[in-house]
Design a protein around this ligand. Structure first.
Ligand code: ATP
Ligand code: MG
Length: 332
């Protein structure tokens, strides 16, 4: 059936334990909009290998990530859930886009600079990452891409690449719009409120995993870095406290006014207790569903299979058009 809805695409790398930043910045919003668009959600494993991954662990993480997509409420009847590497056109289009992308554009990317710094030798894939991401989006002619704030720069680059291709070869790609959540677009590390929470960061007090046990969640939040003030002062919010407040707000759905009124003057210890309880109770149902999903043999693989089958014709039709536009060989 040909859908008349606009298409939406986004993805998560199976590069570690998914955390509340991934949930609040991305997954939660995907669930909210999945029925308004023709939705495609990727477990972007080709992105994960831009830094070294243990093969056995990566395989397990792909399934875990897909199971989490389902556990947060993505519905395979409304959404296609796809492992990126099972649709080879992602990599194919990435090559074609690489050939229209100036290296200077890629060297300017802040994620590249940050991730390259942490590597002994920098693989070419790390530099190419945003081109592959552009390919993921443009392959499906996605009109909307819901992501966290850290991906806004890559989305701008995606539009630049699309524009350049369109101007060189004629109108080919839909221009994708960035969609950021109002609250929770950039959850910061609990150990260091100046760096964003990341799967690939190593500090033990850094992140809250979606599958972390309640006691660990409480402990991490109670130990979160704040500042030298004793209590919440909205006229002098430190980064750590601001981060805790926005985590609470994103999970609770409270308005700014309500948050202000409730937490003004509250001692940090009490603030942390309330944030911890909010996170624990919000994650409980998700964790229960995750266990159910993982207990059903073959279910996740079936969902991934169906997802790939559903999106493959879209991917193939984009590739056919791109080949024609570029003058590459297309069988007659
Ligand atoms: P990695 O360290 O491997 O890059 P990551 O935590 O950055 O992992 P990604 O898989 O790169 O996660 O990103 C998946 C989605 O989650 C993207 O939409 C991204 O913008 C969003 N996201 C990642 N980190 C945060 C965060 N700290 N706050 C809000 N959104 C985030
Ligand atoms: Mg990332």
């Amino acid at each position: 059936m040909v859908s008349m809805k606009k298409r939406v695409f986004s993805g998560v790398q199976p590069s570690g334990n998914l955390h509340i930043g991934n949930y609040l910045g991305a997954l939660k919003n995907w669930v909210q909009i999945q029925s308004d668009y023709e939705s495609i959600w990727g477990i972007v494993d080709l992105h994960a290998v831009t830094v070294h991954q243990d093969p056995a662990e990566l395989q397990a993480k792909i399934i875990e990530t897909a199971a989490l997509f389902l556990a947060v409420g993505l519905d395979p009847k409304q959404s296609s859930i796809v492992a990126q590497s099972s649709v080879p056109e992602h990599a194919e289009l990435a090559w074609m886009l690489t050939c229209v992308t100036p290296v200077g554009w890629l060297e300017r990317m802040t994620q590249y600079k940050a991730k390259a710094q942490a590597q002994e030798t920098v693989g070419d894939g790390l530099l190419q990452y945003p081109v592959l991401m552009a390919a993921d989006i443009l392959l499906y002619q996605a009109a909307i891409v819901p992501v966290g704030d850290d991906q806004a720069q890559h989305l701008e680059l995606t539009r630049d690449i699309a524009q350049r291709f369109n101007s060189l070869y004629g109108e080919t790609f839909v221009m994708p719009a960035t969609r950021l959540p109002a609250v929770g677009a950039r959850v910061m590390g609990l150990d260091d409120p100046t760096t964003k929470m990341s799967k690939s960061a190593t500090g033990t007090g850094h992140a809250i995993g979606l599958l972390d046990p309640p006691d660990q969640i409480r402990k991490r939040i109670m130990r979160a870095t704040t500042d030298s003030l004793p209590a919440v002062d909205f006229n002098a919010l430190g980064g750590g406290v601001e981060n805790l407040l926005s985590i609470f707000q994103a999970f609770s759905g409270w308005t700014n006014e309500k948050v202000r009124e409730h937490f003004s003057g509250m001692r940090y210890g009490d603030l942390k207790k309330q944030v911890a309880e909010m996170v624990v109770t919000s994650l409980e149902p998700l964790q229960a569903r995750y266990r159910e999903i993982q207990a059903e043999p073959g279910y996740v693989d079936r969902v991934l299979n169906e997802g790939a089958q559903h999106v493959s014709p879209i991917a193939q039709s984009t590739i056919r058009m791109v080949k024609e536009r570029m003058g590459l060989y297309t069988p007659r």
